[in-house]
Design a protein around this ligand. Structure first.
Ligand code: 16G
Length: 260
């Protein structure tokens, strides 16, 4: 950590009489230092004990301020190695009018994509899967669940369900589901997507490397073949701090009203 940043704590020592609780003053000092660029993404904070000594406050106070900043996503704690300024997310702008795959979206931005498998296999379908995919209880559903990672940053958890008749061996899809579907002539041509707000639960937050409870986006995509048959039913959790979904809106003129 730079000397300039070290000043944060020394300054606090002299200002600490202003009335606000000390942990709030420390929290604000660290937040200001991040916002002003005195300390940047990936920089390590001094140890709790060092901060306490430099700012002349108790370690309990330091811990409370640091925990608040970790909860807010400003700092991250890594077991055994300390506390760091959280990496800044470059937000991904995603059009809502094109039916693209995650691999294509990220490749277009020059990002290196990889996925960590969370699940892939054939299962008895849930009532939701039966209804959306038009399966009977005697048929099987192929489930493909992945953590999607771009440039080493986990961006989304995607859980796709497809009829086993379309994807008999889910272990066989390689890195892109849509590329695998394309090979068998089953790539969707249309989709309906529903986006809602969600606070991330503990296990999703852990996978996405964000604090639990932080805002995320729940996205459900139902994709269709040209024949109108549903091919994909995917429920995803996207990081709220990483995505902007963008839709172009046009005023409908009288001549266009009623057109699909
Ligand atoms: C997108 C789709 C997802 C689809 C995946 C295929 C959203 C919200 N989801 O991420 O439904 O399964 O692309 O990506 O856009 P892949 O071909 O890279 O596996």
């Amino acid at each position: 950590m730079s000397e300039a940043a070290d000043q944060i704590f020394a300054t606090l020592r002299h200002q600490a009489q202003s009335g606000a609780p000390l942990y709030l003053q420390l929290r604000k000092s660290i937040e200001d230092a991040v916002n002003r660029g005195l300390i940047g993404p990936g920089d390590a904070l001094p140890s709790e004990r060092d901060i306490a000594t430099k700012a002349d406050i108790s370690r309990v106070t330091v811990r409370k301020a640091v925990q608040d900043l970790v909860k807010g996503g400003i700092l991250v704690q890594r077991h055994g190695s300390g506390t760091f300024v959280a990496p800044r997310m470059e937000r991904v702008e995603q059009s809502l009018s094109r039916l693209t795959s995650f691999t294509e979206d990220m490749a277009r931005r020059g990002m290196v994509v990889r996925s960590a498998w969370l699940d892939r296999g054939l299962y008895a379908p849930s009532p939701d899967e039966m209804m959306v995919l038009g399966l009977s209880s005697s048929e099987l559903v192929a489930r493909v669940a992945r953590l999607r990672i771009a440039n080493d940053t986990p961006l989304a958890i995607e859980r796709a369900s497809l009829s086993a008749s379309v994807l008999p061996d889910p272990a066989d899809i390689g890195s892109s589901l849509y590329a695998a579907l394309e090979l068998t002539g089953n790539r969707p041509v249309r989709a309906v997507q529903r986006i809602s707000a969600a606070n991330l639960g503990d296990s999703d937050a852990r996978l996405l490397e964000v604090p639990p409870g932080i805002a995320g986006l729940h996205i459900e995509r139902i994709s269709y073949l040209a024949s109108g048959k549903v091919i994909e039913f995917t429920r995803s959790i996207y990081r709220g701090d990483a995505y902007d979904f963008v839709a172009e809106l046009r005023l409908t003129g009288p001549s266009e009203e009623g057109r699909p």
